[in-house]
Design a protein around this ligand. Structure first.
Ligand SMILES: *Cc1c(COP(=O)(O)O)cnc(C)c1O
Length: 501
């Protein structure tokens, strides 16, 4: 299986190269040249397997330049019971909310309590094998600028992984107290965490500059190292996400919720369009999917795009209680447009350069119709998010986080509007304890005045009689290891010092 750049069809590379490079040199994203096709017989076999077995099958069908032993090694290291607390890292909880059945695919049982663990626990292992195949065993240096969830998930994924170093920069005032504490307490000899004065964009700009600074690249080369990236445009982050949609379907059939071959809908709280794109890829492989429901918060640029065919980021950025979805440029949408445009690289380039120059583009009628055939979009206000958390909790006792609440709300409105009764899976992307302040305030119906994060966590746990996730509890008494606060100009020197270049 070869991988092709969305902006240049002549660029065809192996899966190991796609993972090692992350992004194509002209700015395109790598997509598989075709999709493996699964029929009823394949699904019957998958239904008999556990999560790891399913992951080995799906990942193996895409990474054809890896041996079966290599894939098995990566999967076995990633989805351990120790790290996910259960033998199934992606279980489904079913609750009846009013007249609607909610099948919540819980993707937050990993070490950082957000769904990004599902990919970032395995990516480091895929990456080290990829580098062995393509870059002669060079040590990979992962640079990350983060607004919260990605940074900690990447740190936990790479901590202690041989032949890797990771450096994470976060804006000192741009992450939640829990997220900051989670990052600053990360253990491991190969991890480095640093706060910067500025916002997320400043951190991101600083990182991009370091990536292309010749002096630093030379120093890395002299030390047998190279830069690599762990952000969500890397194929190695998208691929592991396909697995849990296929696995969830098998679990639904095994549980008697649906029959093999029955269609389902999938609702995903969306930011960068990575998670929902993985569901679309599963559909391309033969997963019986009717509609993919793309749920946005008040930053509803995707809702507008799906209904009008015009993507327009020229609008106010809104800070919400579901911050991991506060995003105006959904990078992974480019992969969908490329595929729906008939793998036309020049058409894709036209859209992307319009986005770059004018901040917007309108897709042609064929692409728009293709988008609408597979996707529905919906959005949810802040007020609706909070009311959804409280009504779901009060009616069913199920406590969900702010991002999942957006998906629940959008799904319920979709059913009201369309009458579509197709069984539906909702991606539940974070533990409510990661966003305790907003969740507690929804449950008690008033502002939260406590300033100490663990005081809020304790109150939420006592009130709702739910358990504080072990990985968050473990950081309660941990000292912050990393206390650096630097300016953006000092970022290159921080990298040089921490890597001892
Ligand atoms: C990253 C994130 C999302 C958005 O996922 P995308 O793949 O970027 O669309 C949703 N919820 C949570 C909790 C996240 O961390």
């Amino acid at each position: 299986m070869q991988y092709i750049s969305t902006r240049d069809n002549s660029k065809k590379i192996s899966s190991a190269e796609a993972i090692a490079r992350g992004i194509s040199s002209e700015g395109g994203l790598f997509v598989p040249e075709s999709f493996p096709k699964y029929d009823g017989v394949t699904f019957e076999a998958l239904m008999l397997m556990d999560y790891k077995g399913r992951a080995k099958k799906v990942i193996g069908d895409y990474l054809t330049d890896f041996t079966a032993e290599e894939i098995a090694d990566c999967v076995d290291k990633a989805y351990t019971e120790e790290k996910f607390g259960t033998s199934n890292p992606a279980p489904i909880s079913i609750v009846n909310h009013g007249d609607k059945k909610l099948c919540l695919l819980e993707l937050f049982h990993g070490p950082t309590c957000a769904f990004k663990d599902m990919a970032l626990q395995i990516l480091p292992h895929l990456l080290t094998y990829s580098l062995k195949k393509t870059a002669d065993g060079k040590k990979a240096v992962i640079l990350v600028a983060t607004s919260g969830d990605t940074g900690k998930a990447a740190l936990e994924g790479f901590a202690g992984v041989k032949d890797t170093e990771i450096v994470v920069f976060y804006p000192s005032d741009g992450v939640s107290p829990m997220q900051k504490h989670q990052m600053d307490t990360t253990l491991g000899d190969n991890v480095n965490v640093c706060a910067i004065r500025g916002n997320f964009d400043d951190a991101q700009t600083g990182v991009k500059k370091i990536f292309t600074t010749d002096e630093i690249i030379k120093k890395l080369e002299n030390n047998n190292m190279m830069f690599s990236s762990a952000n969500s445009i890397n194929w190695g982050r998208l691929l592991p996400q396909i697995v849990y949609y296929i696995s969830a379907y098998c679990d639904m059939v095994n549980a008697g919720e649906i029959k093999l071959g029955d269609k389902i809908n999938i609702t995903v709280p969306t930011g960068n369009f990575g998670n929902i794109l993985a569901a679309y890829f599963a559909k391309q492989m033969g997963l019986p999917v009717n509609k993919l429901i793309c749920a946005s918060n008040s930053n509803n640029v995707l809702t507008d795009f799906i209904s009008t065919g015009t993507y327009d980021k020229n609008r106010k950025f809104i800070t919400t209680v579901s911050p991991s979805m506060d995003i105006l440029v959904s990078s992974n949408l480019e992969r969908l447009l490329y595929l729906l445009g008939g793998r036309d690289d020049s058409l894709d380039k036209t859209y992307m350069s319009a986005l770059n120059n004018e901040g917007k583009y309108t897709v042609n009628e064929a692409v728009k119709n293709a988008v609408q055939a597979d996707f529905c979009g919906g959005c949810c206000s802040e007020d609706e998010t909070i009311r959804t958390i409280s009504s779901l909790y009060n009616d069913t006792g199920y406590l969900c986080d702010t991002h999942t609440a957006v998906a629940v709300n959008v799904y319920e409105k979709y059913v009201e509007e369309t009458g579509d009764k197709t069984p539906n899976i909702i991606a539940s992307t974070a533990s409510p304890y990661k966003f305790s302040r907003a969740v507690l305030s929804a449950v008690v119906g008033e502002e939260i005045t406590e300033s100490d994060e663990f005081a809020i966590v304790d109150r939420l746990s006592a009130l709702t009689n739910t358990e504080i996730p072990a990985p968050l509890e473990a950081t309660r008494t941990m000292e912050d290891r990393f206390k650096n606060l630097i300016s953006v100009d000092e970022m290159p020197q921080y990298v040089v010092n921490s890597l001892e270049l």
